[in-house]
Design a protein around this ligand. Sequence first.
Ligand code: ASP
Length: 415
Amino acid sequence: MNRPLLIILGLVLGTALGLLCHQWPGPWLDVLIAYIAQPMGQLFLRLIFMVVVPLVFSSLVLGIYELKDFSKLGRVGVKTLVYTLIAAPISVLIGLFLVTFFEPGVGLDHGIMSQLAPKSEILETVQSAESATGILVSLIPKNPLLAATKALEGDMVPFMIFTLIFGMALLLVRGNSSKDPLVGALESLRDVSMKIVDFSMMLAPAGVAGLMFTMTAKFGFGLIGNLGKFVLVVLLGLAIQQFVVFGALLKFYAKKSPWLFFSQIREVMITAFSTSSSNATLPTSIRVAETNLKLDRSISSFILTIGSAANQNGTALYEGVTVLFLAQIFGVHLGFDQQIIVLFMSVVAGIGTAGVPGGSIPLIVIVLQSVGIPPEGIGLVLGVDRLLDMCRTVLNVTGDLVCAQVVDTSERRRS
Ligand code: ASP
């Protein structure tokens, strides 16, 4: 049986058994949860945690470094960057608005929070993020090694800022050399880290079963309805970005019928949907941009290559929605400054996520940590992740093609 199916099986089994046991609460259930279900979930989560720092560092630095044609293509590079920095926050804001409006995670007994994570720890994290000026200053770490060790205690942003600065510096000093040893080393680090994520995904069926059992045994049927609403909110957000935002850009800026555009790229969307991977879809995107959309090849292959790694609107939206959903589930109130952190981190995560199936999971875990939400919550969404991964990858690659179309139009208008 393939892995996504096994994970779904884990989800269904863990949920069903948890719901069943919820009917007969007692000390025996606490023992079962503490000694079997929770350790199963923790083993799986710890494997993901272990790789977060090397993965974020290597992926983000390389994500920026891969913009190296940026100087060569000058204007096109700047336009692509501007597009990415506008489209991604719009996408996340749509998601954040929807999840705040529909509140898919509200309605549970918030006692869940205190049972899953020590309250003092969470409060500390929340309080430490309270003063806006304090945040600004502490965003720039004095000691990057300390920032890396603190990253997993909920203080991820300074480490990300260090990584962003490091990536920009690398681009400036080594942007023109084709075979820099540091870049080679970072590529290996990224590959090895992805392999470890892969190991953890082997444990995912059992891990998800354990996490789901823990949650449903404690909280019963309430959770299930919340999860269905969460899926609908994500799908609605993706559809709005895909059809309304991209549709408007195509129609009003590129003066092209959105329906014609979508029908010309349908092969790309199908590939993205079935592979859940922007990387695997890249060759199809490059071909379709040239043959169906008739875009200038030098522009489109540049944009699509960078975009497959760095312009992931679907992933950014998903991260934002998931974090707010889990905040609602756990009854964590996120203040305005923390919502800004979620927005910022989701946009950065959209840049730093590897274009592979489930690439965003480790990043969601760190955003959760950063705003004081128990990372165990990820178990709740993992069971529905594959379906949502297929859909968000469609938006990721469509976004790259829309960017290529928009920049191509603007370049044609100049000449
Ligand atoms: N599967 C996505 C992609 O390849 C990344 C993710 O959101 O997990 O674009």
